[in-house]
Design a protein around this ligand. Structure first.
Ligand SMILES: Nc1ncnc2c1ncn2[C@@H]1O[C@H](COP(=O)(O)OP(=O)(O)OP(=O)(O)O)[C@@H](O)[C@H]1O
Ligand SMILES: [Mg+2]
Length: 309
């Protein structure tokens, strides 16, 4: 079983509006509503790849009920802690004419100390049957910066590998607990380093520094340029083919899911980032976060170029 944690779950609502402008009433030509949040996206792709994934984290209120209904419809297993507030709604307005996307993301309900403790205890109880603990996304108000670090320490006590995909203080603190995998994108890694990383050499140097500081494998995603990965001794770059682009929201989550799936199947790091890069590209060809098909991932895998760097 692979446990994914989403602290700030959401209903992701996507409206397709042609020629979207401010200060006008619009009628969407299409509307989609799905259970969202990064850990849920990871669980969605893992399930598509045939893995036993369980989405955990916080949900609240009527929106929380709808998230559960959505997960049940998709057949994604879940085990959430209920909190007092209302899970958030994140609205994306996609304009196919202008090729623009506007997002309005609610902050999300506060997680109280008791909620955090309940979740940590629940996850600890799940650890004996877990192979990976995946911690994705940012945390709701009230979450201490070291909460992911705390969960990583729990997983370590149970010999469960961890993947951390977050940003800002939660990434900074999480790293101190020595996760097995982290997957920042270039902006997140730059923020961590306190300066903009522009070249592949700068990115790789920063990634190696994080391995020295205790992370097992650092995978830095670079959008359409693919990703670089290092275990401190050897490093690789994976480059996706040109694809008919739709939206890259959730491509990082697809990368994390497919890389973990490959590692669990016994692949080495270069093969894992081949799979991850293919999944990220497959997601970028698809509307919504994490709705790429297993077939498209397999087809793209052969077209990903992997080289040691
Ligand atoms: N335009 C694109 N064409 C092909 N592949 C892409 C494209 N954009 C993203 N990808 C693939 O998806 C992977 C992850 O993308 P990206 O670096 O945008 O992640 P991210 O910023 O973490 O995204 P998110 O947090 O929304 O999931 C890339 O490494 C690449 O393999
Ligand atoms: Mg990301």
């Amino acid at each position: 079983m692979i446990i994914t944690v989403t602290l700030n779950t959401a209903i992701d609502k996507t409206y397709t509006v042609e020629n979207f402008v401010l200060d006008r009433v619009h009628r969407p030509i299409d509307m989609k509503s799905t259970a969202g949040g990064k850990g849920i996206n990871v669980a969605r792709v893992l399930k598509e790849l045939g893995r036993d994934a369980v989405a955990a984290g916080f949900i609240g209120g009527c929106n929380g009920d709808r998230i559960i209904e959505g997960l049940d419809r998709e057949g994604i297993r879940h085990d959430f802690v209920r909190i007092a507030g209302e899970s958030r709604i994140c609205i994306a307005i996609v304009d196919p004419v202008k090729g623009a996307q506007t997002e309005i993301n609610e902050i999300g309900p506060e997680a109280l100390p008791g909620d955090l403790q309940t979740l940590a205890s629940k996850l600890e109880r799940m650890m004996p049957s877990a192979q990976y603990l995946v911690l994705s996304g940012n945390a709701p108000p009230g979450t201490p910066d070291d909460f992911y670090a705390h969960l990583i320490e729990i997983a370590r006590r149970h010999d469960v590998k961890t993947a951390l995909d977050t940003s800002g203080p939660h990434l900074r603190q999480g790293i101190t607990a020595g996760p097995y995998i982290i997957k920042p994108n270039v902006a997140e890694l730059s923020m961590l380093r306190g300066r903009e990383l522009l070249t592949r050499e700068e990115i790789l140097h920063a990634a190696k520094g994080l391995v020295m500081a205790g992370t097992g494998v650092v995978i830095v995603s670079m959008g359409r340029a693919g990703c670089v990965a290092t275990d401190g001794k050897r490093s690789w770059q994976a480059t996706p083919p040109e694809i008919p682009f739709v939206s890259a929201v959730g491509s990082g989550d697809a990368l994390v899911a497919a890389a973990i799936d490959a590692l669990l199947a016994g692949s080495d790091i270069p093969e894992a980032i081949r799979a991850g890069t293919a999944a990220g590209a497959a997601n970028a060809m698809t509307f919504g976060a994490g709705f790429c098909s297993k077939e498209s991932i397999i087809t793209l895998k052969d077209k990903v170029h992997v080289a040691e760097i």
